[in-house]
Design a protein around this ligand. Structure first.
Ligand SMILES: [Zn+2]
Ligand SMILES: [Zn+2]
Length: 380
């Protein structure tokens, strides 16, 4: 079969039906990447952008595309000043992964800042020397906190930690934008995971192009239209060396959803794109503007405007099961469903300091192990 664009023999096959030659494929994917940034008109020329790198497939491709974008000299030039950040997870390969990320960046003459995830325990982080692994001062505290959670809560919480730390570093480097490397498959899995843990109202910020919850720093996802098979071809054609990573803790809702989406995609090629298109259409009813944000995830706390929420549903079943023995004498209680006081008693800090998803996490962990600055904000 010949290339769709130029008629020479096609070596890249997408969605089992579209043939491209190597050159046209690379041009196409670079175009997709720039179009995603351009279309959203998010960044202005010479904007400082913090790029988060994990060293995995999509991160490796993002790094290569940024380098190509800022070094070409025609009208397609990407006008931005990139800074790079790698968050060091505590696992047995973390040092090896960090060193690989440094090596990847050095190939392009870039420097990368590295921060331990455990910095979350402290409320401030000093920017370390680039390209070097800093001391890990709070690992025991972080592990004690994460260790008190179920796998599902832990996966959900780690996403919030990563977000919080990247914003912290972006502020220090005076970057108003962050790029993260999620591709369609990751976003589809995140969307369904969000729904299952009661974060339906946050879907827009968590899986769309732009997360604007933080007042100062916006998180952008310029790889969101790029699929896994495109990544694999890009890596092969350009001879890149990503790290194989398994991020999600096994036996959790997120890992089950991950397997489900990936296996369905193998048989039905439109699975992931359908999920993502649906996500693009989901918006939240803005309701009244409030300045109240969840202390843990920064989502807006304006649930009162929504008609029926996951919180109401859980609240209802909890109330019914608790009252089932003497339900006749407590009919009036059922009528109070949605009443703020009864909700608060079941879900700590709900709608005042925490969103429903974070309040549930708070219930399901040893909350004394939360960092002190967070505990203080919760109690304030
Ligand atoms: Zn071609
Ligand atoms: Zn929250």
């Amino acid at each position: 079969m010949n290339c769709k664009k130029c008629d020479i023999s096609g070596t890249v096959v997408l969605r089992r039906k579209d043939y491209y030659c190597g050159n046209c494929f690379i041009t196409n994917i670079n175009h997709k990447f720039r179009a995603c940034i351009g279309k959203n008109r998010a960044i202005s020329p010479h904007e400082k952008v913090l790029v988060c790198l994990s060293g995995g497939r999509s991160s490796t491709v993002l790094l290569d595309m940024i380098y190509n974008g800022i070094t070409i000299s025609n009208h397609k030039k990407l006008r931005m000043t990139p800074f790079f950040l790698h968050l060091i997870d505590n696992n047995k390969n973390s040092e090896q992964i960090a060193n690989t990320v440094v090596r990847q960046c050095k190939q392009y003459d870039f420097e990368v800042f590295m921060i331990h995830m455990s910095e979350y325990v402290s409320n401030s982080t000093n920017l370390p020397e680039p390209n070097s692994i800093p001391a890990n001062n709070y690992e025991a505290e972080l592990q004690a906190m994460l260790g008190s959670m179920t796998a599902t809560v832990r996966n959900d919480f780690v996403v919030k930690i990563r977000r919080h730390l990247s914003i912290r570093i972006a502020e220090q480097l005076q970057c108003h934008f962050i790029f993260t490397a999620e591709t369609t498959a990751t976003l589809a899995i995140n969307l369904l995971s969000n729904l299952t843990v009661g974060r339906g109202a946050q879907v827009q910020d968590d899986v769309s192009f732009c997360d604007a919850r933080d007042g100062k720093v916006k998180i952008l996802r310029p790889m969101k239209d790029i699929s896994k098979e495109e990544l694999i071809y890009y890596i092969k054609i350009n001879n890149l060396n990503p790290i194989d990573q398994i991020d999600v803790k096994e036996n959790s809702l997120q890992s089950v959803i991950g397997t489900f989406v990936t296996e369905l995609q193998d048989s039905f090629q439109a699975t992931i794109s359908t999920i993502c298109k649906t996500a693009d259409k989901i918006g939240t009813d803005a309701g009244e503007e409030t300045n109240q944000q969840c202390v843990l995830c920064e989502c807006d706390l304006r649930m009162k405007n929504n008609k029926l929420t996951a919180l109401d549903a859980t609240n209802f079943s909890k109330m019914v099961s608790e009252r089932s023995n003497n339900i006749h004498s407590n009919n009036d209680k059922l009528e109070n469903l949605g009443d703020q006081e009864s909700m608060k008693s079941m879900f700590p800090f709900i709608n005042e300091r925490l969103c429903y998803g974070c309040s549930r996490n708070y219930l399901e962990m040893d909350h004394c192990k939360l960092p002190c600055y967070i505990q203080k904000t919760l109690q304030s």
